[in-house]
Design a binder for this molecule. Structure first.
Ligand code: GLY
Ligand code: MN
Ligand code: MN
Length: 447
């Protein structure tokens, strides 16, 4: 099967929808990401800005997309780096303005060096400027510098934009709702990540370093041409209780659990999966008791991921199960309703149950509308990731110390309910133990 991709038509539809939302008196200016230095002469791998990527699919830095609704000579203008044989010999190929038109669907394109001369002209007599204001002082200065160039022509009867609208106001609501083509991308990303988790489970042995298991994940990501959507968390024992643990340097010990939170990014789309499993392939009694609580909490939360429920319903469901579970484990005492009200679970479950997922791992989109949690609707994609953590200081029986468990899946809302994009990744105690014994689950991994 051919790997999915976003077509030029889909990019054009996105721009069209944004222009409709902006109105025909507006102009949008969307900058590409800039390259950033890691250390002397070494750059971080370039990652395109997600808004820019969503609207253009154009993969290069030093570019601006400009959307000018109704402009007869072309509504979609792209400024980008010119072709340059010397620079391309050193640093790689460039599309150039001609390639921007022929390969990326721009109506017209100009060298980035000409933007100061051309862009103010495009802004003339437009009422509203939509742009990512307030993210970078340097970018704000450039944007208002171009506006001021238009203002300077006021005496010749030219009007400059006088309304300034944050691009995200229109765009992030649009990005929150995934189109079928985007869901295909996200399914593919989740399938690759599922294969990576299975590979890690099957490679894991006591005595390995956490980074050796991380290497198994990376192998699977890269084998499919993807990269991590975020730094992989590979934490054995107590390290699994450090929520953002990315050192991945300790040696894995027999009898400990290993928590892996890792997902690849495919065509810009993130997956975000967590599994927690025993280093030696068999859960201890204490680990299993805690695991079953988190698993039940996740099932209860996922059951609430249906259209018409609100954003916080899955979290409330997870908190209820976790609290009752902590009581059953003898960690908390009292009436569950009181314990929930007093947030007694928080020392053991201190994060929320999920976030939107898309081009950004913590994707854009509002969680509240006014004072109320927003309602869930088809097309939204979210993670569901409850956990329980008994670090070295945890007030709990010694048998639970060093147990850190999180179970995270990627869930898309459908009209009928939901689809678990990462649903083939082993998750029950039996599935995990079976997988670690060398039996690869059917349908795990990307085609
Ligand atoms: N991996 C980031 C998160 O789970 O939110
Ligand atoms: Mn997550
Ligand atoms: Mn995660």
């Amino acid at each position: 099967m051919k790997p999915p991709k976003i077509t030029l038509k889909e990019f054009a539809r996105r721009r069209h929808r944004l222009m409709q939302a902006m109105g025909k008196e507006a102009i949008a200016v969307i900058p590409a990401a800039t390259e950033s230095l890691r250390n002397r002469d070494v750059e971080y791998p370039f990652r395109q800005d997600s808004d820019f990527l969503y609207l253009t699919g154009f993969p290069e830095p030093d570019a601006f997309a400009v959307l000018v609704p109704g402009r007869e000579a072309g509504q979609y203008v792209l400024f980008c780096r010119d072709r340059d044989p010397d620079m391309e010999t050193w640093n790689g190929r460039r599309a150039g303005p001609d390639g921007a038109v022929s390969d990326y669907g721009a109506d017209c394109a100009f060298p980035i060096g000409d933007i100061g001369e051309i862009l103010p002209g495009l802004m003339e007599n437009r009422n509203t400027l939509c742009a990512p204001f307030g993210h970078s002082e340097a970018m704000d200065q450039r944007l208002f510098g171009w506006v001021n160039q238009v203002r300077a022509k006021a005496r010749s009867g030219v009007r400059a934009p006088c309304e300034f609208v944050a691009l995200e106001h229109h765009l992030h609501e649009q990005r929150l709702f995934k189109q079928p083509g985007e869901l295909r991308m996200m399914r593919h990303a989740a399938a690759i990540s599922t294969g990576a988790h299975v590979r890690a489970m099957q490679a894991c042995r006591p005595g390995m370093a956490e980074y050796e298991v991380e290497a198994e994940l990376l192998h699977e990501f890269r084998r499919h041409g993807t990269e991590p959507a975020y730094h992989s968390i590979v934490g054995g024992g107590e390290n699994g209780c450090i929520l953002h643990y990315i050192e991945n340097r300790s040696v894995l010990r027999e009898g400990d659990l290993l928590l892996i939170d890792a997902g690849c990014e495919y065509g810009g789309y993130a997956s975000d999966i967590t599994r927690s499993f025993p280093v030696s392939g068999r859960f201890s009694a204490a680990q299993r008791e805690v695991y079953e609580v988190v698993l039940e909490a996740q099932a209860a939360a996922i059951a609430k991921v249906v259209p018409g429920n609100h954003w916080n319903d899955p979290h409330d469901a997870a908190v209820g199960v976790i609290t009752r579970g902590l009581k059953a484990l003898g960690v908390l005492k009292g009436r569950p309703a009181d314990l929930v009200r007093k947030e007694a679970y928080k020392p053991y479950y201190m994060h929320r149950t999920g976030h939107w997922l898309g081009l950004d791992v913590h994707d854009v989109g509002d969680y509240r509308i006014g004072d109320a949690w927003r309602l869930l609707e088809p097309g939204m994609v979210m993670t569901v990731e409850p956990g329980l953590y008994f670090g070295p200081q945890a007030k709990a029986s010694k048998r639970f110390r060093g147990i850190g468990i999180r179970i995270e899946d990627d869930v898309a809302l459908t009209r009928a309910g939901h689809e678990i994009l990462s649903g083939n990744c082993p998750k029950t105690v039996a599935e995990i133990e079976d997988c670690m014994a060398g039996n690869a689950p059917a349908r795990a991994g990307a085609a």
